[in-house]
Design a protein around this ligand. Structure first.
Ligand code: NAD
Length: 290
């Protein structure tokens, strides 16, 4: 069993981007700028945004963060996004999800200018992805593709089972794995909460991507020998032994599943770090394109 180490691969991506950012500044006088918007004080969202901003600083990007109280009205958020759309200095816009319940997330995401949609959540980005056209690929599935590529995982003709059909992870993941690319060229089964016989389907999988948000859902009896297992889940579970008071848990019962796998991602230290690396790549590309 080999660990797919998001720490090593994301660092390699960031080192490369750092050099490319220096070159871009020297040649074109441009520096990529990621603008983040955070509404409310959700602990996990605070942590994610802070890591994204820190990563920007590490590699020489500009970053900015606008924070709003959770009870702001829609027009305030709309104006903030429209101002960022107009701001020629901003290359990428990130609205941290989830938004407080009184917002329609779809409507808010659709306001982001597609050329600044570095999270890849806009319908235009997703539509282009479906057609195999160049676009901003949703950061988590993009990060997973980078991880598979780095470790040279053979995906051609393999049966990939994706558990979860969200527009930001499961669905784009299923599309990417099915495309005529490397990694890619898988035969994909997309599973969800209404799927029947999930265990039987998983037992046929050469590659499993678990993205449903249920701690330790994928157990050893659902995984065949030598499968590649990618754990997208991140759930905070109370843990008094940790300074923070919680531990991060994935969707895979790592301890029992790992011995059966050829490759597996840990949580933390796997997909989460690759998501940030992919977001940075999208931001760099947005700057270059402009
Ligand atoms: P979501 O809640 O939008 O979607 C969950 C999906 O899981 C749904 O499509 C649902 O049909 C499916 N599902 C639920 N119960 C199921 C069951 N019993 N069997 C089969 N399918 C089932 O979630 P999301 O936004 O896609 O996120 C999923 C998980 O990934 C969460 O834990 C989230 O925190 C995590 N996440 C991690 C990263 C990262 O960078 N590592 C990024 C995004 C999301």
């Amino acid at each position: 069993m080999q660990i797919l180490d998001g720490k090593i691969v994301s660092q390699a991506v960031k080192d490369d981007l750092k050099q490319q950012t220096l070159d871009l500044k020297a040649k074109a006088g441009k520096t990529p700028h990621l603008a983040a918007i955070l509404v409310g004080t959700d602990g996990a969202s605070e942590t994610y945004v802070a890591s994204k901003i820190k990563s920007c600083e590490e590699i020489g990007f500009k970053s900015s963060l606008q924070r709003f109280q959770s009870d702001i009205d829609e027009s305030t958020l709309v104006e903030a996004i429209e101002a960022l759309n107009r701001d020629a200095d901003v290359d990428g816009i990130l609205v941290q999800l989830p938004l407080p319940k009184h917002f329609n997330e779809e409507k808010i995401i659709n306001l982001i200018a597609p050329e600044k949609d570095v999270d890849g959540f806009h319908p235009i980005s997703l539509g282009k992805l479906v057609q195999g056209l160049p676009t901003f690929i949703s950061a988590t599935p993009y990060g997973i593709m980078l991880l598979l590529k780095h470790y040279n995982i053979d995906t051609v003709g393999k049966h990939a089972v994706v558990i979860g059909r969200s527009n930001i992870v499961g669905r784009p993941m299923s599309i990417l794995l099915s495309q005529n690319t490397n990694p890619g060229n898988c035969t994909v089964t997309l599973c969800h909460s209404k799927t029947q016989n999930l265990k039987d389907i998983c037992l046929q999988a050469d590659i499993i991507v678990a993205a449903l948000g249920k701690v330790s859902f994928l157990t050893a009896d659902m995984v065949k020998e030598n499968a590649v297992v990618i754990d997208v889940g991140i759930t905070r579970v109370a843990d008094s032994s940790k300074k923070s008071g919680f531990a991060l848990k994935g969707d895979v019962d790592f301890e029992n599943v790992a011995p059966k796998c050829s490759y597996i991602t840990p949580v933390p230290g796997g997909v989460g770090l690759m998501t940030i690396a992919a977001l940075l790549m999208n931001t760099f590309n947005a700057c270059v394109k402009k």
